[in-house]
Write a protein that binds this ligand. Structure first.
Ligand code: ZN
Length: 385
């Protein structure tokens, strides 16, 4: 039995550097006085940590905004967003996107390309590599790339799933070959689109302060990023969150998974080889006055409310966020969603849940993917550059 000693002074210093950098990454420009309170460290320690992060080129000090209050205000510490950046890639059903995102989640530059319907996952890497090359051509001298985050919907299973447990869905190559495919020289981290959207909205969007969150993402299918007690739910093999295949209507429409009446098919995701109209086109047609489409949107609203009621009963979330095409369904049929929720969910759980659309909009997936790439830097700022 060995006696466990506490962390060394060096370990504490590194943890504190990470905590300070993470704070300004999440909160933006912050005064030394506020950092002292938020991190529970004294003024001289904050000063020393700031100086160290500044000499590493990660933060800078700047004059504070005018507060109108008397006394000499303390300067603010802010992340050097234009200098320290990650690439964020989003693989979607009909388009591929790449962004260069500065620390502090500042979208510095963005490119996109259409994705032909028959382009398989392996065919997306050269297109993404080209988008990255375009972004790289505009990077200012002296900027530092810390990593690349990749998010995909339905195609990429959750990154922590051990390879031998993965089946179905398409798999991304391992991190090393992905680096070569994409032509980047920093680490590549892969995540599920619904998960990274949930993460982004949880740390800097609609769900800040809420630790039980369900982000519903509709792109290829319907998937959920689920945060329980502040932690991402992954499941035993990385498959948790496949809410699109919850059966809501036995004997209903044929789903791409082989079952019938899955939530996502009733929400307008056509099974491959069938001639169903997609969710977004139905919502568009309803908005331009098509009566049959409007009836379908009301029906979507009922199915959406029923599925959400089941999720609310199981997870008792603080918030459900409707992303992708579900945002449009929710906005077009909010009363139906709420009414079905009220008719089906347990009273206490439904009274607590807030229904929202993404505050970060279409950038949520890119900002979330970038968070994956920043994680290593934030965990140990001086080691990861
Ligand atoms: Zn299914």
């Amino acid at each position: 039995v060995s006696l466990r000693v506490g962390p060394t002074q060096e370990e504490v210093r590194r943890q504190n550097l990470g905590a300070l950098l993470r704070y300004v990454h999440l909160h933006g420009a912050t005064s030394r006085a506020e950092l002292t309170g938020a991190l529970g460290l004294n003024r001289s320690t904050i000063g020393a940590l700031t100086a160290e992060l500044a000499s590493a080129g990660l933060v800078e000090e700047a004059a504070p905004r005018e507060t109108g209050r008397a006394g000499r205000p303390s300067p603010v510490v802010r992340p050097r967003s234009e200098r320290v950046y990650a690439y964020a890639l989003s693989i979607e059903a009909d388009r591929l996107r790449a962004a260069r995102i500065g620390i502090g989640a500042v979208v510095l530059d963005q490119r996109e390309a259409p994705r032909p319907p028959d382009l398989p996952l392996e065919g997306t890497w050269p297109v993404l590599a080209d988008l990255i090359a375009q972004l790289a051509g505009a990077v200012p001298a002296g900027a530092v790339q810390v990593g690349t985050g990749v998010a995909g919907c339905g195609l990429l299973r959750r990154a922590n799933a051990p390879a031998h447990l993965r089946s179905g869905g398409q798999q991304a190559p391992g991190p090393e070959s992905l680096r070569a495919e994409l032509g980047v020289d920093s680490p590549v981290v892969v995540g599920n689109a619904a998960d990274v959207c949930a993460l982004a909205e949880h740390i800097r969007g609609a769900a800040v302060g809420d630790d039980n969150v369900i982000y519903l993402h509709r792109d290829v299918g319907v998937d959920a990023g689920i945060i329980v007690g502040g932690r991402r739910l992954t499941g035993a093999g990385g498959y948790a969150g496949a809410v699109g295949h919850m059966v809501v209507r036995p004997g209903g429409h044929l789903c791409g998974c082989g079952s019938r009446g899955c939530w996502e098919t009733e929400l307008g995701v056509p099974a491959p080889g069938t001639a169903g109209a997609g969710t977004a086109s139905v919502v568009d047609a309803a908005a331009s006055g098509d009566a049959a489409a409007a009836a379908m949107v009301r029906q979507f609203g009922d199915w959406l409310g029923l599925g959400v009621a089941n999720l609310v009963n199981i997870f008792n979330p603080d918030m459900v966020i409707f992303g992708g095409a579900l945002r449009d369904v929710y906005l077009a049929a909010a009363a139906r969603v709420r009414s079905r929720l009220n008719a089906t969910a347990l009273p206490a759980a439904r009274a607590q849940v807030k229904l929202r659309t993404p505050q970060l909009g279409a950038d949520a997936v890119l900002i979330g993917a970038a968070e994956l790439a920043f994680e290593r830097l934030l965990a140990d700022p001086l080691d990861a550059r």
